[in-house]
Unconditional design. Structure first.
Length: 386
């Protein structure tokens, strides 16, 4: 009666079950996995946000498959403020980057085709591809004085059914940006193999080194689809506004946009209130990003302070984003360790296998947890290795 694509294993994992029990017991919890900015104590300009959502234009239905021009211009202005030119007509608005991924998969893949996905990376990509009848094939990121794409491993993963390569810029959770030499190699490979480059830039604005990395939305050497949205850059995941930008060789780009417009027109998922508020909501990002970067840098410095002198734990290099990766002794599985930390210390942290790290010995920590909770949670975590 139901499709094979939705025959998922819905069994709750042990760590999730343990977290539910811990919360129900009302025991003290130090959550070092926080990912929802609206629950992390950041300040928002409530009055400006509410005013922006009250436009009289919300009472009129005037759909545009690519998104209302007013909203697309606001997105183009965001890139202009980053000194990058994005044409309004090259932008497709979506309700989320997940929807943007689904549009791209529908555009470039037939059932059973493949896209290459970095590992470690965010596990949601597996579900997004599977529900579109697309096969996920991993390619490795390797750590050697910093993270880098294993280009040999990536090339080995390509098959005749490979239609695209996903890069996350910066990656979640490694926090590594795509370098100029990596982009050149990716462009050459995608051009030779007639593959698309799919770029996820939701964490682009959060560089931890006081430098600003360029968006790949201006990439013209290969057909490229770049996505981002309000969820991360403005800390407003509930507003459901994201976008997809097409770039690359002109003929291929125009054909892609024409087809994407039909896909978008089939759903018309964007709502008027958020689109009309887009410019005001994007303006919120300035204050939010300042708050978030102050916290992430404070927490990262606190983590480094506590690790100093530790014989058994180390922090891997991170360039951007909201997360830090700890290298810890692989004396038991990461899941077993995470369960011990939750039950014994009241500390909740993500084990590396959640992100497809290739072996045990990794924990992923959120850097947006409120400072005092982060400091005490980290102290308790590291005390387990004394």
């Amino acid at each position: 009666m139901f499709s094979n694509r939705t025959a998922w294993n819905r069994t709750t994992n042990r760590l999730s079950e343990a977290l539910t029990r811990h919360r129900a017991s009302q025991k003290l919890l130090f959550d070092l996995s926080a990912s929802n900015p609206t629950e992390c104590g950041f300040r928002y300009d409530v009055r400006s946000i509410m005013r922006a959502l009250c436009s009289p234009g919300t009472l009129r239905y005037n759909p545009d498959p690519r998104g209302l021009p007013h909203a697309r211009r606001a997105v183009a202005e965001y890139y202009a403020e980053r000194d990058q030119r994005v044409a309004v007509d090259d932008i497709i608005l979506t309700t989320s980057t997940s929807e943007a991924y689904s549009f791209v998969f529908r555009l470039i893949c037939n059932p059973g085709d493949e896209v290459l996905v970095p590992t470690p990376s965010y596990p949601l990509l597996d579900f997004l591809a599977e529900i579109q009848d697309v096969k996920i094939t991993p390619y490795p990121l390797i750590y050697d004085h910093g993270w880098q794409i294993d280009m040999h491993g990536l090339k080995q993963a390509v098959t005749p059914r490979t239609r695209g390569v996903i890069v996350v810029h910066p990656n979640n959770p490694t926090g590594s940006f795509v370098t100029a030499s990596e982009l050149a190699a990716l462009n050459q490979l995608c051009s030779e193999k007639q593959m698309a480059l799919i770029v996820d830039e939701v964490f682009l604005d959060f560089s931890l080194r006081h430098d600003r990395h360029a968006s790949l939305s201006a990439n013209t050497e290969a057909l490229t689809f770049t996505m981002s949205g309000l969820s991360k850059i403005a800390g407003l995941p509930q507003m459901k506004l994201a976008w997809l930008i097409a770039s690359g060789p002109e003929r291929e780009k125009r054909e892609a946009l024409a087809r994407l417009e039909i896909i978008a027109d089939t759903y018309l998922s964007m709502n008027a209130p958020v689109q009309l508020a887009a410019r005001a909501l994007l303006c919120q990002r300035q204050d939010f990003q300042q708050q978030l970067m102050e916290r992430t840098r404070t927490n990262l410095a606190e983590l480094d302070r506590q690790i100093t002198g530790q014989k058994h734990c180390g922090r891997l290099d991170v360039e951007g984003g909201w997360y830090a990766v700890l290298r810890i002794p692989a004396t038991r599985s990461d899941e077993e360790l995470a369960l011990e930390l939750l039950d014994g210390q009241g500390v909740y942290v993500h084990p590396g296998h959640f992100y497809d790290f290739p072996q045990d010995g990794y924990l992923v920590l959120s850097l947006i947890t409120p400072e005092q909770e982060f400091a005490e949670g980290t102290r308790r975590l590291l005390s387990s290795f004394d």
